[in-house]
Every structure is written in structure tokens, then in C-alpha cells.
Design a protein around this ligand. Structure first.
Ligand SMILES: Nc1ncnc2c1ncn2[C@@H]1O[C@H](COP(=O)(O)OP(=O)(O)O)[C@@H](O)[C@H]1O
Ligand SMILES: [Mg+2]
Length: 302
């Protein structure tokens, strides 16, 4: 996979654009045998099948960064080059998104002599994920809720403006910093809407990937229709809006919207939520069964 012409081209592009010493992005995608010696590792921020995220302090500058190191390619479900490519592009175009500071090949800092794998350096959003807050039973105040909704909507509006669908919005992919900043992370399975062509980023297709608990109901239809060879519903900006609404609902109430299939009882549950006036109207609109009725990200901030 790594040797396909597309990926080689991307890698070459990334390498060709490796900043010079003067540039801000001080880490290029070349193997850096002494990479970790420049940093103190403060925390392991995340650990999953795809890799690990380290919270580090750069010794020379005392600046804090997050370093994501992917697992060896053979273990990966997603393509790290897609994630790097999307984040590097979006970080430039969307100033409110997590800052990207360059891709790297790097060893496992805790395994001597381990083979370097791909990774990248980004802004460390110092706080908890929304999922950690949900699991700890921590609910937002009204002001906090509104501020987080606005920040995430602004980021998502910019992502969608670039023709990119995140496809995996969920509470563990939202980091809430102690200073009130909220950031959408993890573009590992992002895709572009069909009208947009970008060499390094796949177009959204009928592959049913993402996190089932936050799937918009129309995506369940996709599975069944695709199995029968019928017309399918692709992930779109509107399915991202559903996922954001369902994440915010979980944060506010500690409950899942739970449409883990297109079954009637689940649809009834959505109807119940929609008639519950204690749930903010904006959330109820975001989890409208009809994708066309959901607000666009840009409308959530205007
Ligand atoms: N920039 C960041 N700042 C703070 N924590 C982060 C950052 N990026 C990732 N994390 C933490 O690491 C976890 C895994 O990162 P993520 O990019 O979602 O990887 P995965 O592909 O394994 O889901 C997140 O859920 C979050 O806890
Ligand atoms: Mg994630």
C-alpha cells in the first residue's frame, strides 16, 4: 500500500515542502533518530489500535505539543497519509482547528531500537475529551455548552467549506481544554464530497466506516441498500452535523441518541427527543431524521 504511486506522490510532496530551519514547522517527515531527545514526554494522551498520542514539552523552547505516532502500517485500519494530508491542509485553511506542525518518521520512545513509523506533531489541547467528561458524569453549564457548540461549528463549517467530511465526529474526537477551548481532532477517516477531487484524500464512498453510535440514520440505510446492490447514502456534511448533535446530546444528558439501526423503536426515540423541550432546539434540529432539514455548520454560528 505504502508504495502506491499516489502515496509516493503525497510523501514526496510532503518531503518537498519540508520547511527550512527558519520556518515555523520545525519537523519534517524524515526519519529523526534523535527526535525524542528534544522532548520531555509528559503524558500519554491517547492510545488506540491506530497508534499513540504523547503530550510533550520541547526542551529548547518549553513549548507543549502533542505527537501522534501511528502503529506499524500492517496494523492500521486507516491510512496515516490521509490523516496527515487532511490535517496539514485544514490547519492552514482553518485557523480555529488544531495546529499541525509537520509529519515525522519516529520510533516508539519506550522501545529501544524500534522501527520508525509515520506520525505528526500538533498543538496540545490540554484538557479532557468530551467522552472523558461524559464518563465522569461531568455536564456542561449553559454558557459552556453554547461556547463549545459555537467553536466546533466554526471548525466544522471551515472543514465542510473545503469539501471535507470528517466522518468520525464523536465525544472522544473532541478535546475540551481547561481554558474553555474546544477542538475537533482525528481526521483519520475523513473524505471529500464527490464533487471535489484531491489526489491525497479519498472521496466519500459507500464504505460503512465510522462509529456506529454516532451514525446518522440514513447511513444505516446505506448498509442495507449496498448489501442489496441498491442506491446508497454517502457520508456527507449533514451526517457530520448529526454526529455533532448526537455528541452534544450525550454531553448534555449523559445519554446516547442511539439509533444503532434504522429500527422503528429507535426512530420513535428520536421523535421523543425532538418533542422534549428541555433539550436545546439546536440539538433537536441537528438530529433531524431528514438530512435536508438539519442546519448547516455555518448556520450554527450565524
Ligand atoms: N492534539 C491533542 N491534544 C490533546 N489530546 C489529544 C490530541 N490529539 C489526540 N489526543 C488524545 O488522544 C486520543 C487519540 O487521538 P486520536 O487522534 O483520536 O487517535 P485515534 O485515531 O487512535 O482515535 C484522543 O481521544 C485524545 O484523548
Ligand atoms: Mg479518535
Amino acid at each position: 500500500m505504502m508504495d502506491s504511486p499516489l502515496k509516493r506522490t503525497l510523501l514526496e510532496t510532503v518531503i518537498a515542502s519540508t520547511p527550512t530551519k527558519k520556518a515555523k514547522q520545525d519537523v519534517g517527515p524524515v526519519a529523526q533518530p534523535f527526535f525524542w531527545s528534544n522532548y520531555n514526554i509528559e503524558q500519554i494522551l491517547g492510545e488506540g489500535s491506530e497508534g499513540k498520542v504523547y503530550g510533550v514539552v520541547e526542551k529548547a523552547t518549553s513549548k507543549r505539543y502533542a505527537i501522534k505516532r501511528f502503529a506499524p502500517r500492517i496494523q492500521l485500519l486507516s491510512d496515516p497519509l490521509v490523516e496527515i494530508s487532511i490535517l496539514s491542509e485544514l490547519s492552514e485553511k482553518c485557523p480555529s482547528l488544531v495546529r499541525f506542525y509537520g509529519s515525522i518518521f519516529v520510533t516508539d520512545p519506550f522501545v529501544a531500537g524500534s522501527a520508525p513509523t509515520l506520525g505528526y506533531k500538533m498543538e496540545w489541547v490540554d484538557g479532557d475529551t468530551m467522552q472523558e467528561q461524559i464518563s465522569a458524569g461531568k455536564r456542561p453549564s449553559k454558557a459552556e455548552f453554547q461556547s463549545v457548540l459555537r467553536q466546533l461549528a466554526e471548525q466544522l463549517a471551515c472543514v465542510h467549506e473545503q469539501g471535507i467530511v470528517h466522518r468520525d465526529i464523536k465525544p472522544s474526537n473532541i478535546v475540551l481544554a481547561r481554558d474553555g477551548t474546544a477542538k475537533l481532532i482525528d481526521f483519520g477517516i475523513g473524505c471529500t464530497v464527490p464533487s471535489i477531487e484531491r489526489s491525497a484524500i479519498p472521496q466519500c464512498d459507500d464504505a460503512v466506516i465510522g462509529t456506529v453510535k454516532y451514525f446518522a440514520p440514513e447511513l444505516f440505510k446505506t448498509t442495507f441498500r449496498a448489501l442489496k446492490g441498491r442506491r446508497i447514502n454517502l457520508p456527507t456534511p449533514t451526517s457530520d452535523i448529526w454526529a455533532l448533535g448526537a455528541s452534544l446530546y450525550a454531553w448534555l444528558t449523559g445519554q446516547l441518541v442511539n439509533v444503532s439501526s434504522f429500527e422503528k423503536r429507535n426512530l420513535e426515540r428520536i421523535t421523543d427527543i425532538q418533542s422534549d423541550s428541555s433539550v436545546p432546539l439546536i440539538i433537536r434540529q441537528m438530529i433531524d431524521i431528514d438530512p435536508a432539514s438539519r442546519p448547516k455548520a455555518i448556520e450554527l454560528i450565524t
